[in-house]
Design a protein around this ligand. Structure first.
Ligand SMILES: Cc1ncc(C[n+]2csc(CCOP(=O)(O)OP(=O)(O)O)c2C)c(N)n1
Ligand code: SF4
Length: 278
């Protein structure tokens, strides 16, 4: 498989004749993440058998159904708990968790902060489309203040979570933010998240025109990608812009990169010690 590229490469990793046609709407960013995940795993030269993709419920959660790795399509909000068990039992497995913003930061919010606190060696891809896509466009913890959703028809009154700040504060070893518009950078972040020890989080800004865009100012998915291109700003450049002039810009890049051992590494070290080793 060394020389294959593009669509042909993606096809090598899909479950053919099983789960297609896919469920994603035209213009959905989640399919781009699927491509990025496959390229990253291929780029790292990992064997399919050494990868386990765990997902919750949501449009984002469908990713696990399409890929030919070990996969678990589990309950809404609980993907990180299954992933934690898998990693503790199989510490050499590359465990990658795919979640939406609702899945990871609402119903699964407690699991997210504790996975980060424990620094368990799994990689979480958080597909942030600012909305509950699958269930009809209810607001999520990342729906921006003032924007519209099915459950906030007069505008969201609450402030939203900053996924990067949340996971950084909770203790994750690796925290990055990318977007589906900037795929080369995204591939690099996913690869780094997988290879870095401990808990890795890559927040991925991924447009949902069907449930979010249409209720807000966007006329088409293309407009959402144009807006994404404009607002996603490399962290170094972002920091140079005076706060009052940042507007809707969102910083992207790698925010945290630590080398602490993951929980599973510490656990097996302690187990060996308790069994009489050094
Ligand atoms: C325990 C439980 N509560 C609620 C639901 C209903 N539910 C399914 S998907 C979903 C929202 C998904 O939104 P998000 O996680 O942001 O992913 P997206 O669909 O936007 O990718 C909800 C509330 C469920 N399946 N299980
Ligand atoms: S509803 Fe939104 S998140 Fe779900 S497939 Fe459609 S565009 Fe993607």
């Amino acid at each position: 498989m060394a020389d294959i590229k593009g669509t042909q490469l993606i096809h090598e990793y899909l479950r053919h004749n099983k789960k297609f046609p896919h469920v994603f709407c035209a213009g959905c960013g989640h399919g781009i993440v699927l491509g990025s995940l496959i390229r990253s795993i291929h780029g790292l030269g990992l064997s399919k058998d050494d990868v386990c993709v765990v997902a919750g419920i949501g449009c984002s959660g469908r990713l696990a159904a399409y890929v030919d790795f070990n996969t678990v399509h589990t309950t809404h909000g609980r993907a990180l708990t299954f992933a934690t068990g898998i990693k503790m039992a199989k510490p050499n497995m590359h465990v990658i968790v795919v979640m939406g913003d609702g899945d990871s930061m609402a119903i699964g919010g407690n699991h997210l902060i504790h996975a980060a606190r424990r620094n368990i060696g799994v990689t979480a891809l958080i597909l942030n489309n600012n909305i509950y896509g699958m269930t009809g466009g209810q607001c999520s913890p990342t729906t921006p203040s003032g924007s519209f959703s099915m459950t906030t028809p007069a505008g969201q009154m609450e402030q939203s979570f900053d996924c990067v700040e949340l996971c950084s504060a909770a203790g994750a070893n690796y925290v990055a933010r990318g977007s589906v518009f900037h795929v080369n950078k995204l591939d690099a972040m996913i690869m780094e998240g997988i290879t870095n020890p401990g808990f890795g989080v890559v927040e991925i800004l991924s447009p949902c025109f069907t449930q979010y865009g249409r209720k807000n100012k966007f006329k088409s998915p293309v407009e959402m990608y144009q807006a994404l291109k404009k607002k996603v700003t490399p962290i170094e450049r972002f920091n140079e812009i005076p706060e009052a002039e940042r507007g809707e810009r969102v910083p992207s890049g790698v925010f945290v990169k630590k080398n602490k051992p993951g929980l599973e590494e510490k656990y097996y070290e302690m187990a060996a010690m308790c069994q009489g080793g050094e």
